[in-house]
Design a protein around this ligand. Structure first.
Ligand code: SAM
Length: 219
């Protein structure tokens, strides 16, 4: 439950060095300090993060995952990759947190360049829609944390949730949907549907996949 979640009081006091030791000149490391720019919201078992690590070796990516055991799995997975491939996978990490509550405790205004929502929990019942990870209130928060030009990637196998996501992002003045031609050449598109564990599961079951990608635009 949430009461056992620890989180920084503000982004300024967040200890990124312990998650990305190669990039933060703390504890005697000589790395160059970098900011986290990619966020995988509800990262599950970390399949997307692992892909991002080598696709964008110069960008730091963080996964947020609320389930302790799942987050621990991702941490162990990254630790093993770092040992197997010296110098690699230093740019990804996972934190256990409630992304719906504590995201602004971790990031500053305009810090994020890419945000991923892959197969978020659908919360089918109408009475549970308030638990959906995309909502007008949360979108205002996400817009604040994203830089102008940043991209929000969403994928789901639930058509009703897809329509909900498209509706709320389209209605928000700070987001515009990207067209297929605008997305051409974005390497992320190729890994979006199938790199995460949930995406692989949906593929095994021949389920549908709905993708919607939006850009953060100027105020
Ligand atoms: N994105 C992953 C994938 O594609 O394999 C996982 C998809 S899974 C259906 C949804 C994940 O979101 C679960 O691992 C769940 O624990 C996590 N989650 C749900 N609510 C969350 C929240 N408020 N904060 C962080 N993670 C959350």
């Amino acid at each position: 439950a949430d009461h056992s979640i620890t989180y920084p009081r503000s982004p300024a006091v967040m200890d990124w060095g312990s998650l990305f030791p190669n990039y933060f000149p703390t504890n005697g490391n000589s790395g160059i300090e970098k900011q986290v720019e990619f966020l995988d919201v509800g990262c599950g078992y970390g399949g997307l993060l692992v892909k991002l690590a080598t696709m964008f070796p110069d960008s730091l990516a963080i996964g947020m995952e609320i389930r302790i055991k799942v987050c621990d799995y991702v941490k162990d997975r990254i630790e093993a990759l770092r040992i197997q491939h010296p110098g690699k996978y230093q740019n990804i990490a996972c934190i256990r947190t409630n992304a719906m509550k504590y995201m602004p405790n971790y990031f500053c205004k305009g810090q994020l360049k890419k945000m991923f929502f892959l197969y978020p929990d659908p919360h089918f019942k109408k009475s549970k829609h308030k638990w959906r990870i995309i909502s007008p209130t949360l979108l205002a928060e996400y817009a604040y944390l994203l830089s102008v030009g940043a991209v929000v990637y969403t994928v789901t196998d639930v058509e009703d949730l897809h329509q909900w996501i498209v509706k709320h992002l389209s209605e928000h003045p700070l987001f515009v949907r990207l067209t297929d031609s605008e997305l051409e050449g974005d390497p992320v598109i190729d890994i979006l549907l199938d790199s995460s564990e949930e995406g692989q599961k949906v593929a095994r079951n021949n389920g549908p996949k709905f993708m919607a990608i939006f850009k953060r635009v100027e105020d």
